[in-house]
Design a protein around this ligand. Structure first.
Ligand code: NAD
Length: 324
């Protein structure tokens, strides 16, 4: 297939692009290397994609001629976005609107007349649920985000579903539940925890550590995208993509200490506004429609991530990130 991956320099977009290239597909990657975290880390991600079948378009989706870009594309994997719950309050909100809502609407509009398009898979998020109505949460439960980030992801997802239902654009939204693994974003907990554990530093934890997450390994996320691109299903579908390893942050820290082979020191911080106490997704719908289930257990996925972080300490340190 000829695929367009938006956000190809990011954590999920680069892993997905790598898989597409390994499977023999042609990939056009779009990314403008936003300032949210160090461009050096994104350039490291891009370095893994060097291939004559990979073309990088270094530009903002909001500035591009999207109909021209989509003219020969068969599958769009829309992973570009402004992630992060904590930065989405206050003055930080504007890029969330531009990168999550406005860019998605422009892409969907261009997709309406893309001549070869068979599927547009978009990255949604478990954050659309907020403090969910029930656990495990089903796609039919009422979304009620508790962060501005979640509000923008829900708006983008609603647009994606609308273009599927109203115009027959073959869209699919995948609601990812906390994604982890090698090359995870530096602002995310497992990268921060692994780095501190590898260096023997104190780990700072928001809240009491009893918050429970349904963690999902990156390879399982990539596989869900591949199935969404190739298995027939309705336009406008929405699926939970949840790893099934529901553990508390404190349990993660215990597992990490075993992997690192040393005790980890923890400093407790106040709970962060917009963080939910629990996520847990039912995957019955995606299992039925696409045949997807998560395959990676937390212990082996966390070990893979720890090993990557331990081997990438110097590039993480050169990336100009405030680790405090
Ligand atoms: P990331 O920040 O590593 O990757 C996103 C990439 O998109 C970045 O490289 C950024 O430069 C690029 N980008 C942003 N706006 C752009 C624009 N307007 N034009 C071109 N490029 C742009 O984030 P990630 O963790 O890989 O997340 C990818 C997607 O998955 C996001 O949409 C995010 O909301 C969603 N998601 C992630 C998680 C997770 O746990 N990582 C969970 C749920 C949903």
């Amino acid at each position: 297939m000829k695929a367009l991956v938006t956000g190809a320099a990011g954590f999920i977009g680069s892993a997905l692009s790598e898989r597409l290239l390994a499977d023999g597909h042609d990939v056009v990657g779009v990314d403008n290397l936003t300032e949210y975290y160090a461009a050096a880390l994104k350039r490291d991600n891009l370095a893994r994609l060097r291939s004559e079948r990979f073309e990088l378009v270094e530009a903002d989706l909001n500035d591009l001629d999207l109909p021209a870009l989509l003219s020969d594309i068969e599958v769009v994997f829309h992973q570009a976005g402004q992630p992060g719950v904590r930065g989405s309050w206050g003055a930080g909100f504007a890029p969330y609107v531009a990168r999550n809502i406005v860019a998605t609407q422009a892409l969907l509009e261009a997709a309406r007349s893309a001549p070869r398009l068979t599927r547009l898979v978009a990255a949604s998020s478990s954050s659309v649920y907020g403090d969910a109505e029930s656990y495990p949460t089903h796609e039919t439960d009422r979304p009620q985000p508790v962060s501005p980030y979640g509000v923008t992801k829900l708006a983008a997802e609603n647009l994606t579903t609308l273009y599927g239902r109203n115009f027959g654009v073959p869209t699919t939204s995948l609601r990812y539940f906390t994604v982890y693994g090698p090359r995870q974003r530096p602002d995310m907990a497992f990268t921060r925890f692994s780095r501190a554990a590898a260096r023997g530093d104190t780990i700072r934890v928001f809240g009491n550590g009893e918050q429970v997450r349904d963690f999902t390994f990156i390879d399982d996320i990539v596989e869900a995208n591949m199935l969404a691109a190739t298995v027939q299903h309705d336009a406008g579908s929405v699926f939970n993509i949840a790893g099934g390893s529901q553990v508390s942050v404190n349990e993660v820290l215990e597992t990490l200490a075993e992997i690192a082979g040393r005790e980890v020191r923890v400093e407790r911080m106040g709970a962060a506004a917009g963080d939910v106490s629990r996520t847990s997704g039912s995957t019955a719908r995606v299992e039925e429609a696409l045949g997807w289930t998560a395959k990676t257990a937390l212990e082996s996925g966390l070990r893979a991530q720890y090993e990557w972080v331990a081997g990438a300490l110097s590039s993480l340190d050169r990336a100009g990130i405030d680790w405090s």
